[in-house]
Design a protein around this ligand. Structure first.
Ligand code: AMP
Length: 239
């Protein structure tokens, strides 16, 4: 495609990339970028928001515990989140690395994660790479209000920036696209407020532990991916 950036797949055989933490306000594109990173480096993208939504859909015990928080846009209590993440990180597909999308979101979750990664007995991995996606408010509003997802394959679309080929239908499986309950205006406001209150201070905590890579998330999706891949490829070569 003319003008597209070079994103050749690196040789990933046998190289452990470690934990990749994606930070960014809701709507910054973390989910889309997490899936692209997952494809390129063959590591799982772990979205705590998706895990909670799946639990709610399945009406599991966890789903019933967290439903009220998701529907109001508030954060789920830390102990429920860390227990769920711990169980997920124990799975063998996380051995070479994993992407965290939407976690950690509070200081206690951040402390918990660093303790978990340092824990004796775990296969040593390179230190976490923190990538912060920044987006201006107007662009953010457009993204959140236009966001749709496929309930079958969980692919994300945006009516403005990444529309499906056929209106209202998933390109991959033809399922009817849905809007998340928490992308409705009142809930969006509370989610943005929760982010400012609880998650922005995390940037400082991450900076104290190492470098935070800032990537402008307002560009088109391919440019944002190319910026992230350049950081991750550089880290792997330097590792
Ligand atoms: P997300 O899809 O990442 O925006 O998450 C949707 C909702 O799930 C949030 O508004 C919270 O209610 C809950 N949630 C997801 N991740 C976390 C987390 N790390 N800590 C607390 N609550 C979370």
């Amino acid at each position: 495609m003319p003008g597209s950036l070079s994103v050749a797949t690196p040789n990933t055989a046998g190289v452990a990339i470690g934990a990749i933490i994606l930070l960014g306000v809701p709507g910054a594109g973390k989910g889309t970028q997490a899936r692209r990173i997952a494809d390129r480096y063959r590591i799982p993208a772990i979205s705590t928001g998706d895990m909670f939504r799946e639990a709610i859909q399945a009406d599991s015990a966890l789903g019933r515990q967290v439903r009220q928080y998701l529907y109001s846009g508030e954060l789920v209590p830390d102990d429920l989140v860390t227990a769920m993440v711990a169980a997920r990180l124990e799975r063998p597909d996380c051995r070479a690395g994993f992407i965290l999308d939407g976690f950690p979101r509070t200081l206690p979750q951040t402390d918990w994660l660093y303790r978990y990664l340092d824990r004796a007995g775990r296969q040593p991995l390179p230190g976490p790479i923190v990538i912060s996606l920044s987006v201006g408010y107007n662009e953010l509003y457009r993204r959140l209000s236009g966001r749709r997802y496929c309930p079958v394959c969980h692919r994300n679309y945006n009516l403005f920036t990444q529309p499906p080929r056929q209106p209202g239908r998933c390109d991959l499986d033809g399922a009817e696209l849905l809007q998340r309950k928490d992308d409705q205006p009142d809930v969006v406001r509370e989610r943005l407020a929760a982010y400012e209150r609880q998650t922005l201070p995390l940037l400082e905590a991450f900076r104290q532990r190492g470098k935070v890579f800032e990537v402008p998330g307002g560009e088109d999706v391919d440019h944002v991916s190319a910026g992230i891949f350049a950081i991750l490829d550089g880290r792997r070569q330097g590792a």
